[in-house]
Ligand binder design. Structure first.
Ligand code: HEM
Length: 396
């Protein structure tokens, strides 16, 4: 809440501060997002602290600029065809249903723990990455450590170790693809990245390719945080379950969007000023660090009525601005750094929330469902425990 609280205190969407010993500007709101995603004004190279690159993000597409970034980004977006987005839904539902069979036999299940494994298995299958049964637990733990790392220095250390192990594993897989020992389908991320040539016609080294294969699988785990928060919303607002089950007028879409708007995941993003410019009487200097408040923008009163209320129906008449709703970054997917996996995230969220309401019955026992904004990323303390699970249909 640091940026949001300070903004409210100063009654300004723009203020100067010091972050990690450096002078920085923090900003929020629709107009600020539009500026932040202007490639003429900002660059990403070396903007995010090294510890975050070495644990959460990796040294690939996230920190690139200009033509090199545009080219690399097109590679990612070529994976996101309507057919491949549907594939992800089908795969993820199969994996969820498999897991739910185990839930029926157990006395209690922590959704946060199990959803992560479901998503790792789904992500690997979707991306064409072979995941041996005996390594599923290790890879889930490692990807979990990377995604969970970015709010604390000690967790970042664990995330860095996990990344090293993941990148070695994935580089080995890329080498096998290149030697023809592994033959993933042509539409998969593993195939596309292994054979990708950059804007100069050069193939990525196996370790560079491993970073990008990781970028096509690991972030799906972040969806797990939104799934847990969606389960919490279903529990706290029981009338929503019926609306979700009926799914009239695209209710599941509105619900998924409101979960992404209301609950926190990625709090902010950093960039550096490319060339000096003035905005709102403030002079941005070349190389200055600028931090954009995602969470505060998603709840900005200029863009959202009653922003601190959970209300999926607000998306009924939403105009769809690329700058006011930024749970996964803003601007244009092709031109800038906006998340390449937004469609996958939303389709998996919608499918899982519908599955929970139409394919499962379960109870939510007494537990600590409080969540804290001082932990990043955050989820309810208990991880959302369910009991007495029954599958209502054979499979989705
Ligand atoms: C970029 C969030 C899911 C792939 C990003 C960014 C954020 C984000 C905040 C950075 C935006 C910026 O730099 O301005 C999330 C969240 C997710 C999610 C919260 C789920 C809840 C996914 C999935 C994939 C994916 C499922 C792919 C399978 C990427 C890639 C980038 C990215 C490749 C880099 C884009 C670039 O730098 O041009 N994501 N993401 N993400 N995301 Fe996601």
């Amino acid at each position: 809440m640091f940026i949001t609280s300070r903004r409210r205190e100063l009654e300004s969407d723009l203020f100067e501060t010091r972050l990690l010993g450096k002078k920085a500007v923090c900003m929020a709101g629709e107009e600020a997002v539009e500026k932040f995603y202007d490639n003429e004004l900002f660059v990403r190279k070396n903007a995010v602290p090294g510890v975050i690159s070495k644990s959460l993000l990796g040294e690939g597409v996230h920190g690139m600029d200009g033509e090199a970034h545009r080219h690399r980004k097109r590679m990612f977006l070529s994976m996101m065809t309507p057919e491949r987005i549907e594939d992800m839904k089908d795969i993820a539902l199969q994996e969820l249903d498999k897991k739910a069979k185990l839930w029926e036999k157990r006395s209690r299940t922590v959704i946060y723990d199990d959803i992560r494994e479901v998503l790792v298995r789904s992500g690997c299958r979707w991306a064409g990455v072979p995941l041996k049964e005996e390594e599923a637990a290790q890879r889930t733990r490692e990807m979990g450590m990377m995604v969970d790392s970015f709010g604390s220095l000690s967790r970042m250390k664990d995330g860095k170790k996990a990344r090293k192990s993941q990148e070695e594993w994935l580089a080995g897989i890329v080498r096998q693809v290149r030697k023809g020992k592994l033959q993933p389908a042509e539409h998969t991320a593993l195939y596309i990245i292994s054979h990708y040539r950059d804007e100069n016609g050069k193939r990525l080294s196996a370790s560079e390719a491993a970073v990008e294969v990781n970028n096509a699988v690991r972030p799906l785990l972040a969806t797990g945080y939104f799934i847990v928060f969606g389960c919490l919303a279903l529990h706290e607002f029981p009338d929503i379950s019926e609306k979700l089950a009926a799914d009239e007028n695209g209710f599941s879409q509105m619900f998924a969007q409101e979960v992404r708007r209301y609950y926190p995941f990625a709090p902010a993003m950093a960039a550096k000023v490319k060339k000096p410019f003035t905005w709102h009487d403030y002079q941005f200097k070349k190389d200055q660090l600028v931090v954009l408040d995602f969470f505060g923008t998603n709840r900005h009163p200029d863009s959202w009525n009653d922003p601190d209320t959970f209300n999926p129906e607000r998306f009924k008449d939403w105009k769809g601005s690329p700058f006011s709703f930024v749970p996964q970054g803003g601007g244009d997917h092709y031109a800038g750094h906006r998340c390449a996996g937004e469609w996958l995230t939303v389709i998996v969220m919608r499918a899982f929330f519908k599955y929970f309401t139409t394919h499962l019955s379960y109870e939510v026992p007494e537990q600590n469902l409080a969540w804290s904004l001082s932990r990043v990323p955050t989820i309810p303390k208990s991880g959302f425990v369910i009991t007495n699970v029954k599958r209502l249909h054979a499979s989705p």
